[in-house]
Design a protein around this ligand. Structure first.
Ligand SMILES: [Zn+2]
Length: 243
């Protein structure tokens, strides 16, 4: 396993589930980009859109060195993630249906076909949390007991409101559903993605409608947030995907 996280360049515009990362095709030594979740491919980091992707154009891959990336002129596209944390995996469930998300997606009429995925219980900064594992193929029971780097985020399934609550924190409702109180550190342009400081954890959160009247610095309460994690470790060489 090797850490690829320093070579991600964009959040996938197609599946909205994974990072687009820099890879190197073994046979040709050519650098390209692909989404680690849906496996769509791109030739150029300047031009990662839904419409110009390819599939199975490239064969066996490996991780390029930073020198190779530099030589190609792609170093500046690499995203450094300040919200990554170390976590110890304690438990990985069998595949199960994400019922909470299914109900919400149906209610809100949003896409993203659900797949069976695993619930991951992990410890981060002495806090025990349960999240649904994104990039679901990667969460193997053999990872139990291991320490890995993870990214975590909430998807708001309920209301987000300003609050007078003095305690920050995240409180488990059931499985990977949490009630969250924290301070907004950043909001992106469309108001749908934000960084929230929940006290012991700073995490990304997403919402499928804009935040009304909420600005950076506000303390907010998120009624229900479904918690997800993904990790950035990656097999060094993958099987030939084009066969
Ligand atoms: Zn994708």
């Amino acid at each position: 396993m090797i850490d690829l996280y320093q070579y991600k360049v964009a959040w996938c515009p197609f599946c909205d589930q994974g990072w687009v990362v820099i890879a190197k095709e073994l046979n040709t030594g050519e650098l390209y980009l692909f989404c680690e979740e849906c496996e769509l491919e791109w030739d150029d980091p300047k031009n990662i859109t839904k419409n110009n992707s390819t599939r199975d154009k490239y064969g066996r891959i490996t991780v390029p060195s930073i020198e190779e990336i530099r030589e190609k002129g792609w170093e500046d596209y690499i995203i450094k993630d300040p919200y990554m944390c170390d976590a110890k995996i304690l438990e990985i469930s069998d595949f199960s249906e994400d019922k909470l998300w299914n109900e919400y997606a149906e209610k809100m009429k949003i896409g993203n076909y659900p797949v069976d995925s695993r619930l991951i219980t992990f410890e981060v900064d002495d806090t025990l949390l349960t999240a649904r594992g994104v990039a679901y193929k990667k969460w193997m029971p053999s990872m139990i007991g291991k320490s890995i780097k993870i990214n975590n985020y909430f998807v708001s399934l309920g209301d987000i409101e300003k609050t007078e609550l003095s305690e920050k924190g995240i409180f488990q409702i059931r499985d990977n559903a949490y009630s969250i109180t924290g301070d907004i550190l950043e909001i992106n342009e469309n108001g749908m993605t934000f960084i929230i400081d929940c006290g012991n954890i700073i995490t990304l959160a997403k919402r499928y409608s804009g935040l009304n009247d909420i600005k950076v610095g506000d303390r907010v309460h998120v009624d229900i947030g479904e918690y997800y994690i993904y990790n950035m470790e990656f097999e060094y060489e993958r099987e030939d995907r084009s066969s």
